[in-house]
Design a protein around this ligand. Structure first.
Ligand code: NAP
Length: 240
């Protein structure tokens, strides 16, 4: 292998995941960009040293399909970025079991299954990294997304357990906690980027590159005394 190791990124065809895939490739990693089958893959397929894996994270055979993909190519994972998520806005009274299950399946169950995959197909070349993309909603709450906020809280809790579970396996596990970032997910009626920007201490809206730079820093080797933590990347909008 001439690359720095394999990095599996979920939700890699759009938004924050696409930028993470682009930047990890530029850092020398071989990227496996996991995307939902219906997604436009044009930008993802243009990234150098990248394999595209189209699979729905709701697939009950997710784990075995990803293991088969890695096994067929002889890939061992150095990095897993659990980035993909669903966030369907819903008034609290309209949240039903189907929406709850779907949200947790994509936002929590899939990251857990893919973390198991990393442990089974782990690179033996130095430390490995799991980076979970959470949300400030886990801390601040969400009027139209109690189910989403709860799923991100669960992801942060999973991060802490995984850090313990992986502590003697050479895997560091951390979460990054963005606030509203300029992507499709936040482009919803009623969203006012100007207001959000004014609520931050940095004074501008978060861009996908802000999250991607943090991911690249976490896996750079410069933060190898850090595991089990949640990195507040809200531009000072919230403190906790
Ligand atoms: N943007 C924000 O304001 C913000 C704030 C805080 C945290 N975050 C977090 O940042 C991460 C990235 O979000 P984003 O803003 O970049 O959103 P995005 O542009 O909507 O990207 C989400 C990606 O996840 C994929 N995905 C969703 N469900 C999937 C499934 N079942 N199987 C496979 N892929 C699936 C989507 O593909 P499909 O659409 O084709 O399903 C899409 O490519 C998420 O974890 C999000 O919760 C975002």
């Amino acid at each position: 292998m001439t690359h720095a190791g394999c990095a599996l990124v979920t939700g890699a065809a759009t938004g924050i995941g696409l930028k993470i895939a682009q930047d990890l490739s530029a850092c020398g990693f071989r990227v496996i960009g996991l995307s939902a089958p219906q997604e436009d893959l044009a930008a993802l397929t243009k990234i150098p040293n990248t394999d595209v894996l189209t699979i729905d994270l709701r697939d009950n055979a997710l784990k075995s399909k990803v293991c088969a993909f890695l096994g067929e190519r002889g890939y061992l994972l150095k990095i897993l970025v659990n980035n993909a998520a669903v966030f369907e806005r819903r008034n609290f009274g309209d949240i039903d079991l189907a929406l709850l299950f779907d949200t947790f399946q994509v936002n929590v169950f899939a990251p857990l299954a893919l973390s198991q995959v990393l442990l089974d197909h782990k690179s033996n070349d130095g430390l490995c990294y799991i980076v979970n993309i959470a949300s400030d909603a886990a801390f601040a709450g969400s009027r139209q997304g109690a189910h989403y906020a709860a799923s991100k809280g669960a992801l942060i809790s999973l991060t802490r357990s995984l850090a313990k579970i992986c502590s003697n396996r050479g895997v560091l596990v951390n979460a990054i906690v963005p606030t509203v970032t300029r992507t499709r997910q936040s482009s919803v009626p009623g969203m006012d980027y100007g207001t959000v920007a004014s609520q931050t201490l940095i004074g501008r809206i978060s861009e996908p590159s802000d999250i991607s730079k943090a991911v690249c820093s976490v896996v750079s080797g410069n933060f190898d005394y850090m595991t089990g933590t949640s990195i507040n990347l809200t531009g000072g909008r919230y403190s906790w």
